[in-house]
Design a protein around this ligand. Structure first.
Ligand SMILES: [Zn+2]
Length: 266
């Protein structure tokens, strides 16, 4: 695929995305035209809001099946479309008594929805949609959904909540957090003890980390491959927060092979 243009759809309720920095980052690395648009979901009509609500998942052990969303699901979706910062009032994974209390979406269904709602998609224009909705994909190997930071292809989705929740925190953190919860305490002390080791909501490092996910999306669309096995490469598909921060912040560059591919694109 020869890319001519990239359209970024901002999620304004997360200013840490720093959309104009990302535009400069892409311009520095690829010779493409860039367009910034507002929140993709903001101007949806009633029918579309219903369809978007229909991409929600409620049971992480059940593969997506088309369904008619309940009225309260549609109402929540309408609220999120009007004011996406309302997502911050919904249950976070760490506070959830039951995982089904968390607002989650099937990432591929959401992608399908977005594709149907973009007027025309051409091969030379890549659409990247930012959202604070939590995208998940069903993994057949362990028959359950997992949070996803990025859905590649075109249109592509970057979920800021996915970046924070999908790559796992350290085992020590989970053990200590569980101990705290079993004693009826909240986990803020444990979080302080591990501060900096993982991304938190409204983390200042988000924009830098997103650069890596943008590279993964662009590489996927150019070469058909998005990920790299090396930790010393920004295309590494991190399963741990520690690895994510290492590849994107500490190393912050591509491996030789992928740098060569990038150089050929300029
Ligand atoms: Zn690489």
């Amino acid at each position: 695929m020869k890319l001519k243009k990239i359209i970024l759809y901002d999620e304004e309720s997360i200013p840490e995305i720093k959309i104009s920095d990302l535009v400069n980052f892409i311009k520095d690395n690829f010779s493409v035209e860039l367009v910034i648009k507002g929140n993709f979901f903001q101007k949806l009509e009633n029918n579309d809001i219903n369809s978007l609500a229909g991409t929600r998942i409620f049971d992480i052990y059940k593969k997506y099946n088309t369904f008619e969303p309940e009225q309260k699901t549609i109402e929540l979706e309408r609220k999120l479309c009007t004011n996406s910062s309302f997502m911050e009032n919904t249950t976070k994974i760490e506070d959830a008594k039951n995982i089904s209390d968390v607002v989650m979406y099937d990432g591929f269904e959401m992608q399908k929805f977005i594709r149907e709602n973009i007027n025309y998609i051409t091969n030379d224009t890549l659409h990247i949609i930012f959202t604070n909705r939590l995208t998940c994909t069903f993994d057949d190997t362990d028959s359950r959904y997992h949070g996803r930071a990025v859905i590649c292809a075109n249109p592509a989705i970057i979920s800021t909540t996915g970046i924070i929740e999908a790559p796992a925190k350290s085992k020590e953190f989970y053990i200590q957090a569980m101990e705290s919860k079993s004693q009826g305490l909240d986990i803020s002390t444990v979080k302080t003890m591990h501060k900096g080791e993982f991304l938190e909501y409204h983390d200042k490092r988000l924009s830098k980390v997103i650069e890596g996910y943008i590279l993964q999306i662009i590489f996927y669309n150019i070469t058909g491959e998005s990920f790299c096995e090396y930790l010393d490469c920004r295309l590494n598909n991190a399963h741990w927060q520690r690895d994510l921060l290492y590849s994107q912040i500490e190393v912050s560059k591509l491996c030789k092979k992928h740098q060569n591919i990038l150089d050929m694109q300029k």
